[in-house]
Design a binder for this molecule. Structure first.
Ligand SMILES: Cc1ncc(C[n+]2csc(CCOP(=O)(O)OP(=O)(O)O)c2C)c(N)n1
Length: 584
């Protein structure tokens, strides 16, 4: 019976049906839900790795042992995993090895947009690209066998639209792949120069075999209609082409590296005008032109997502019917949640006028007004190295302290080595580990500091304080960032320390706490409209018509953060006087 599945659910189902035994991932939109779905199925060992490089290495190890293995990540995660990736094409595989990468055209949840199809020619790795959930399932199921047949890892490329969109699929049974007993295979797997040179030559042979398989790939489909226009496309853009140009002939490519050159030539010979429609980079266009085939560029933007409307406009076709978005909905500017413990740290850093090198997580929202307390955000783990480099460059402007902020999951991902480098080189930066006990931004995944695995079973809860001391940090403070005065005191003491300091701001994410004490309200007779509470950037607090503060009782979680900044005692627990208004 057909089932409605998202692209991510379909990939999990396809990998399971293929008999995957080991799956490892680091969360990242749009790929996160693949492992969250796979872990619910039987016979697969699924884990969150601390980062994507480790996830891929775990999968490579499982493949070496002869098991079918999967690693999933978002596009920037593949940059982190690129070191093992680039050599795994040389070693080849034992059990089938599939890497799923989720690209994010339009940057719905990412710091950049990348076109992972480029990893094909760069890493010399075959790539499959599905265009809907049914293909996502079928390709995931197929990819493991393909990997074994070619003795190469296979990349399955998705995009946000596919990963999160839903479509009908036929689910099947699990296939238990036969497994050979592990036998040492040193020249194949030990990539010292002598052996790597041999595998480099063999890689060309395997690439040629992959190119041959691409010519007969069942996922590449020629659909001849009106032959005055032939469109070459792949993935989700195929759907836009079908909607915008229903009469055009299409060659939908399923294996985007290596490309099926002969099939492209054949299609080109059957249509009068040949045009490529693709999202992001001109990957198909350049690759096809390099073979000498004449092909036109559609002229579509190389930035962001395509749409059926954009494709229609590029070809002068009438725009397909679309529904207008609803109007009049309340605006929801990005802000830290009510009760978010990160707020206490950024309020203090703003008061201290610190130069704050930031990182990626919910806390990056503190860069926005009214907190406005972050100066950089480049990639996961960058904050500590950047703080060190900033300080090395000379005196910070007007003697402002230099502070790096990094979330707990990000610290495990790629913060540890930055801290090690700062200690080793005699740095004097302050590092704040924003330990909200979860990987909040991507939807509450566990990590090495939470004490739970992906399957929610107990795990060793790594002690951050002991860890940073072991890395050589002598000045370590642990504070509850919901308590503003002690947090600011710890931060001021840390920046005054001559050497690397770490402040661990430890309090659970507000969304982990389901108890909601009574909300607070503003006592209008006491409020002077000074705006101190509004400057906390809490979505529950706004100004009323008289500029006095107003607390929305539906949004307030009773965290008491605002009470601490109101020096007039004007914020009171609903129905009774506030007993905690000590102010700052
Ligand atoms: C290399 C890479 N992998 C994954 C992501 C997706 N991602 C962004 S922030 C983040 C983790 C955030 O967790 P944490 O550091 O604990 O901060 P929190 O959101 O809990 O405040 C992840 C997984 C990314 N941007 N880059």
């Amino acid at each position: 019976m057909p089932t409605l599945l998202s692209g991510n659910e379909a990939i999990a189902q396809g990998a399971w049906e293929a008999g995957v035994v080991v799956a490892s991932a680091y969360p990242g939109t749009p790929s996160t839900e693949i492992l969250e779905n796979l872990v619910r199925k039987s016979s697969v060992r699924c884990e969150w790795a601390p980062n994507e490089k480790v996830a891929l290495e775990v999968a490579i190890g499982a493949s070496l042992a002869g098991a079918r293995a999967l690693a999933t990540m978002k596009h920037v995660g593949l940059n982190v995993a690129s070191d093992p990736l680039m050599t795994t094409a040389y070693t080849g595989v034992g059990g089938g090895l599939v890497i799923v990468v989720g690209d994010d055209p339009g940057m719905h949840s990412s710091q950049n947009e990348q076109d992972s199809r480029r990893w094909g020619p760069f890493g010399k790795i075959p790539i499959l690209e599905p265009g809907d959930s049914a293909e996502a399932l079928a390709m995931a199921r197929h990819a493991f066998g393909l990997s074994e047949e070619l003795d190469m890892p296979v990349l399955l490329r998705s995009t946000t639209r596919l990963s999160h969109g839903k479509g009908l699929v036929e689910v099947g049974e699990r296939f238990e792949a036969s497994r050979e007993r592990y036998r040492t295979a040193r020249p194949k797997w030990v990539m010292m120069p002598g052996a790597a040179k041999v595998r480099r030559v063999d890689l060309e042979r395997r690439l040629a075999a992959a190119a041959e398989l691409s010519e007969t790939c069942e996922f590449t489909r020629e659909e001849l209609r009106d032959t005055s226009l032939g469109i070459i496309t792949s993935g989700i853009p195929y759907q836009y082409v079908r909607e915008a140009l229903p009469d055009a002939s299409t060659l939908k490519i399923g294996m985007v590296f290596p490309l099926p050159e002969q099939r492209i030539r054949d299609f080109a010979s059957r249509v009068q005008r040949l045009v490529v429609v693709e999202e992001l980079d001109p990957y198909l266009l350049e690759s096809i032109r390099a073979t000498g085939i004449e092909v036109d560029d559609s002229g579509l933007s190389r930035m962001g997502e395509l749409s059926a409307g954009a494709v229609a406009a590029a070809f002068g076709a009438s725009a397909p019917e679309t529904r207008e978005p609803m109007t009049g909905l309340p605006a929801r500017p990005p802000m830290l949640c009510p009760g978010c413990p990160h707020r206490g740290v950024f309020r203090a850093l703003r008061e201290m006028d610190a130069v704050v090198t930031g990182d990626i997580g919910c806390y990056t929202l503190a860069a926005l007004p009214p907190l406005g307390a972050m100066d950089s955000c480049v990639c996961m783990g960058a904050s500590i190295g950047m703080a060190h480099g900033f300080a090395l460059a000379g005196e910070s402007p007007e003697g402002r302290p230099v502070v790096a902020v990094i979330g707990d999951s990000t610290f495990a991902h790629s913060g540890l080595t930055g801290l090690l480098g700062a200690v080793y080189n005699g740095g004097a930066e302050t590092v704040v580990v924003l330990d909200n006990r979860i990987t909040a931004m991507t939807g509450h995944q566990d990590n090495p500091f939470t004490g739970r695995t992906l399957a929610k079973t107990p795990a060793p809860e790594i002690d951050i304080e002991a860890l940073v001391r072991a890395l050589g940090v002598e000045d370590v403070h642990t504070v509850d960032p919901n308590l503003f005065r002690p947090t600011e005191k710890a931060l001021r003491s840390a920046v005054a320390h001559d050497g690397v300091s770490v402040v661990i701001a430890k309090a659970p994410c507000a969304l982990l706490n389901r108890d909601r004490p009574d909300p607070f309200a503003v006592d209008e007779s006491a409020c002077t409209a000074c705006g101190m509470c509004v400057r906390l950037g809490c979505p529950a607090i706004s100004r009323d018509a008289t500029s006095r503060a107003f607390i929305d009782p539906e949004s307030c979680v009773g965290c008491r953060q605002c009470v601490q900044v109101c020096t007039y005692g004007a914020i009171v627990r609903t129905g009774r006087s506030c007993d905690v208004g000590s102010g700052l």
